[in-house]
Design a protein. Structure first.
Length: 300
């Protein structure tokens, strides 16, 4: 017998409900993760609730980190790529310094009494177990988050890239007693390992919301699949919906971008895990690999 779950208790946002093997109708199906985070989630947290902890795995150069601080919450950001993490540290430090300058300059009124959140940066990888791992950096010098060009899981073009050894930690070890409003993971296909290393954290109900980039191609390169990822999250007591789809938008120029949600999906109002897995494998009209973001909430 299927059990139906309560909506997430975040004021100002009506989350879809679904059974454990269904992704509910996405009221946010036109939103990017950044738009949901900045314009839906953060404003919906009651000020009386106090500062919340938001964990960002695969934080890149700080797109989410600065929004966390400006909303008065605390962030714990993980980025494994050494060069990217240095940029992240600089961005956070400069943002904090700018805030202090505005306060010192008498501009405190513009903050309406809101505290500036504290963002902590950790230059380590997050995975299923602690240790060390080696991953590559693309030879063209572009930065990548953990796992994007992991040695042993790369294309031939990336095989000659420079590699670097990094420490790996688990979220269960990092956050043994923390209460987390949102756990976001965007690790270029290695997100299942991130979540496996957060089993106690997630199953205990100490994480209210999870936001996961789910790419068919990248998960397959990492030895996983969207179906495995969705079932793992459901087994931890979460139900999910999804945000905007992204895939190939210009075949000739090989350009990727947002795609409208297929009309058949909107008409059905929900997708099974298997249907989502198949859709991400070959999203129309070009029937190529696609990605979306799972938005999940604890339901037990």
């Amino acid at each position: 017998m299927r059990s139906y779950c309560k909506r997430p208790r975040v004021r100002g946002w009506r989350g879809a409900t679904s059974s454990p093997e269904l992704l509910g109708f996405p009221e946010l199906h036109t939103a990017t993760p950044e738009e949901f985070f900045t314009h839906k989630l953060l404003p919906a947290v009651p000020r009386g609730a106090g500062a919340q902890l938001i964990v960002d795995v695969g934080a890149n150069v700080g797109q989410f980190a600065l929004a966390i601080a400006d909303a008065g919450h605390d962030g714990l950001c993980y980025e494994a790529s050494p060069s990217t993490c240095r940029q992240l540290q600089v961005s956070v430090a400069e943002h904090e310094a700018g805030h202090r300058r505005r306060i010192d300059g008498g501009d405190a009124a513009s903050f309406s009494g809101r505290r500036q959140g504290k963002v902590t940066v950790r230059c380590v990888a997050i995975g299923a177990k602690a240790g060390r791992t080696t991953f590559g950096m693309k030879s063209n010098g572009r930065n990548a988050s953990f796992g994007q060009v992991m040695v042993g899981s790369t294309s031939a073009a990336d095989a000659a890239s420079a590699s670097v050894s990094v420490s790996v930690a688990t979220l269960d070890e990092e956050l043994p007693n923390a209460s987390v409003l949102l756990l976001k993971t965007d690790t270029q296909g290695f997100d299942l390992g991130v979540l496996r290393g957060a089993a106690s954290l997630m199953q205990s109900g100490r994480v209210r919301l999870v936001l996961i980039e789910m790419s068919h191609e990248l998960l397959n390169l990492a030895g996983a699949s969207p179906l495995q990822l969705m079932r793992h999250v459901a087994s931890a007591g979460f139900v999910c919906t999804y945000l905007r789809f992204f895939s190939l938008v210009d075949r000739k120029r090989k350009r990727y971008g947002p795609r409208p949600t297929p009309q058949g999906v909107l008409a059905a109002r929900s997708l099974s895990f298997e249907q989502m897995d198949n859709l991400l494998e070959s999203l129309p009209p070009y029937n190529t690999s696609a990605w979306t973001d799972l938005l999940c909430w604890y339901s037990r």
